[in-house]
Design a protein around this ligand. Structure first.
Ligand code: PMP
Ligand code: GLN
Length: 385
């Protein structure tokens, strides 16, 4: 192909390929144990696969309704109400989407005009900043405090200006594996009370919270629910990250704007899989037991690392464990992550990529959504360093 003859003014001049793609590719090239990108190395439940066969053969292979099929929207609304107490109208306030990334991007597209400010927390999940910038928004970063990655609410208050349109929060948090407390959300609720600021609450790990903590959804706080897009993903909850399915719940006025963009973006999410989830969501244990399932994996991974010089940071939710390597190396985390993959056969994610400027502390993120065998092999290698 001849090269493009024009000039491209990139809308995202600083953006390259995502770290998840880079590290998974490097892991594959070097046949390394892949603890980098967040996805399970085990399959989803056989019952879920059986439902796929059933519904793909049931003649529901054409466009579903734009907002998603009614039974699935109803199942989502019912789940949110039973867990968090907020009643969303499935007709107007719940939309089924092709994944959480898409939901966040679409909500930003629906709201952000050039020059609008969007408060993000750093380290930031990698899709948020570009989603804001591509629409001409200005990300305003508030630092999470190392090593507990807590939110400095005074700094948040100071970051709010008359141009602040949106804030994106994420609990349980990727990449830090921390969770927000009820007190955090109460403070946020009070702070936003007299503003028009909208919140996107990324709750894709809502069912993966450890050590007896409760997930603090915005849906538990009326003053937040009334101004929030609650975003979640079926991929994390049902071990099917490759299916790219999720949902959004929001008050009707916000959802109207969301759907105006959604109908010209993806328009709909995959039809047969919506029937699959509408049926499978009746099995509440599948999500209610997820936290215990992953807590066991976290504990197994940590136990296997007992003799190691890596120092674990608290993992209170998600399927990630961060390890500080200050006692092992002075290398940059980006260099160490590559070297560990190539020379030792374990891939991880360097946490500095979630910052604009690399922070002073040195941390790698490891995904423990893996079989015990994989985790044991990975931990054994790491323990030798
Ligand atoms: N938000 C966070 C914090 C995530 O970790 C992920 C995915 N891994 C997503 C959003 C994206 O979810 P989905 O695959 O449904 O787009
Ligand atoms: N969210 C996943 C992670 O943090 C990856 C998703 C992706 O590759 N975009 O590893």
């Amino acid at each position: 192909m001849p090269s493009y003859p024009g000039q491209i003014q990139s809308k995202l001049p600083h953006v390259g390929t995502t770290i998840f793609t880079l590290m998974s590719r490097l892991a594959a090239e070097h046949k390394a144990i892949n603890l980098s990108q967040g996805f399970p190395d085990f399959d989803c439940a056989p019952e879920l696969r059986a439902l796929v066969t059933k519904h793909f053969n049931a003649g529901v292979n054409q466009y579903p309704p734009m907002a998603g099929i009614a039974p699935l929207r109803e199942a989502v609304a019912e789940k949110i109400e039973s867990l968090y107490g907020a009643a969303y109208d499935p007709e107007h306030e719940v939309t089924i989407v092709p994944g959480a990334t898409y939901a966040i991007y679409t909500a930003v597209a629906a709201l952000i005009r050039p020059g609008d400010e969007v408060i993000l927390f750093e380290p930031t999940y990698d899709s948020y900043g570009p989603a804001v910038e591509v629409h001409g928004g200005i990300p305003v970063y508030v630092q999470l405090r190392y090593p507990d990655y807590s939110i400095d609410w005074q700094a948040v208050q100071a970051a709010i200006t008359p141009r602040t349109r949106l804030m994106i929060i994420n609990t349980p948090h990727n990449p830090t594996a921390t969770v927000l407390s009820a007190e955090d959300l109460r403070l946020l609720e009070g702070m936003l009370k007299k503003t028009n600021i909208v919140v996107i609450s990324d709750e894709v790990y809502e069912h993966i919270v450890f050590d007896g903590y409760n997930h603090q959804s915005v849906a538990r706080f009326p003053g937040l629910a009334e101004r929030s897009f609650l975003v979640s993903s079926f991929g994390k909850t049902y071990h099917v990250t490759g299916w790219k399915m999720g949902y959004v719940a929001a008050p009707r006025e916000l959802m109207n704007e969301f759907r105006k963009v959604h109908q010209f973006n993806a328009f709909v999410a995959n039809s047969p899989l919506q029937y699959v989830f509408a049926e499978y969501m009746k099995n509440k244990d599948a999500y209610l037991q997820l936290a215990a399932f992953y807590q066991k994996k976290r504990d197994f991974f940590l136990d296997s690392l007992k003799g190691s010089r890596f120092k674990p940071l608290p993992s209170r939710g998600t399927f990630f464990q961060n390890l500080s390597y200050e006692a092992i190396s002075e290398e940059k985390d980006t260099d160490l992550a590559v070297r560990l993959t190539k020379e030792h056969g374990v891939a991880s994610i360097p946490v500095s990529v979630f910052y604009r400027q690399p922070p002073a502390h040195r941390v790698l993120r490891f995904c423990f959504a893996k079989s015990e065998q994989t985790l044991a092999r990975g931990a054994e290698i790491l323990s030798r360093l």
